[in-house]
Design a protein around this ligand. Structure first.
Ligand code: ZN
Length: 339
């Protein structure tokens, strides 16, 4: 995917951040999303937000960025994780090995990060189960599981020794940030808020150029439950929209200076898609994968879990609103409209 073209507003935001001692470090990833933005915050403790996936190329990008800011990787004193995804946390282990930095993350994700391989395996199994139940051919679901498993080398376990509860404040680069849990894109999405500067570190909660996919995953409470990702995400977006953010520094793409407008646009896009999916169910498309296929064609196969997550997210909304019902068979589930 092409990186978005900077705008005068996004550039000005980065200049302002730089004046505050916040350096944006784009780190390459092998994923379709492109580069991830890590942030180095000067002060006490010298803080790195997110670290990229674990790879030679990504380490090189991170080191170059830290050096351009006038520091060495070894100087980093605190690494903060915005959420559990591998493109953000994969390399934290390596950074800690070299710097001895503390690691901070929201308390509910600590177990998941510590048991990286187990957590990933659980996640992949959930994906296969959902794919099969919702109509993706079984052989394709299994191939996709192998592809995902091959990504596991891009990550490593992370020992969080500075867990915080949502709402707690943490100090990064000599400033105090309030933390907020914003589940949706992942169940551990956390944003960091500097009230005085009206500055937020947003992770992947809101991205400038693409809508963050509310990927369905395992709940972090230890239950077998899957997340109601899109329902959670919309609630999280509304909470963020109500905050007077002036600059949001995100995990990918450009700095955001119009978060409320952007959130309105994202929610309107979701509303349109919910209606489209309702229409497809009404026309007799009863399987979620069939719906994905009607919308995206071949992409519904190559990106089976991503597109399925999207459809299930909208069906969750329609279920909650009492507009569709799910008929749970032994092996497959189908949906129909409530007449
Ligand atoms: Zn993510």
């Amino acid at each position: 995917m092409a990186e978005p073209e900077p705008t005068p507003e996004s550039e000005a935001a980065l200049v302002q951040a730089r004046e505050w001692g916040i350096h944006t470090i784009p780190v390459p990833t092998p994923f379709a999303v492109g580069r991830i933005n890590c942030y180095l915050i000067e002060g006490d403790p010298l803080t790195l937000i997110d670290a990229g996936p674990r790879s030679e190329k990504s380490m090189q990008g991170l080191e170059e960025g830290v050096e351009a800011a006038g520091y060495k990787l070894e100087d980093i004193e605190l690494v903060v994780a915005t959420h559990q995804h591998i493109d953000h946390i994969g390399q934290i282990h390596s950074v800690v090995e070299r710097s001895g930095a503390d690691v901070a993350a929201i308390d509910l994700v600590v177990g998941r990060l510590a048991r990286f391989a187990w957590g990933s395996e659980q996640e992949d199994q959930l994906a296969v189960d959902l794919m099969v139940r919702y109509g993706v051919p079984e052989d394709i679901a299994n191939v996709l599981k192998e592809v995902t498993a091959s990504f596991r080398e891009l990550g490593a376990p992370v020992e969080v020794n500075r867990p915080f509860a949502a709402g707690e404040k943490i100090t990064m680069g000599s400033r105090s940030y309030e933390t907020f849990h914003r589940p949706g894109h992942s169940p551990s999405d956390t944003v960091f808020w500097d009230e005085e500067r009206k500055l937020m570190f947003g992770g992947d909660h809101l991205l400038s150029h693409i809508s963050s996919n509310p990927l369905i995953s395992r709940s972090l409470d230890g239950s077998e439950e899957r997340t109601r990702s899109l329902i959670n995400y919309r609630e999280s977006l509304r909470q963020t929209a109500a905050m007077p953010v002036e600059i949001m520094l995100s995990g990918h793409g450009l700095a955001i200076t119009d978060h409320a407008e952007l959130i309105e646009k994202r929610i309107a896009g979701q509303d349109r898609r919910t209606e489209k999916i309702f229409g497809l169910v009404a026309e007799g498309h009863s399987s979620p994968h069939g719906i994905a296929n009607a919308i995206w064609g071949d992409i519904a196969l190559t990106q089976a879990y991503l597109t399925l997550s999207e459809v299930i997210g909208h069906l969750d909304i329609l279920l909650a609103d009492g507009r569709v019902v799910e008929n749970e068979g032994e092996k497959y589930s189908t949906f129909e409209v409530v007449s």
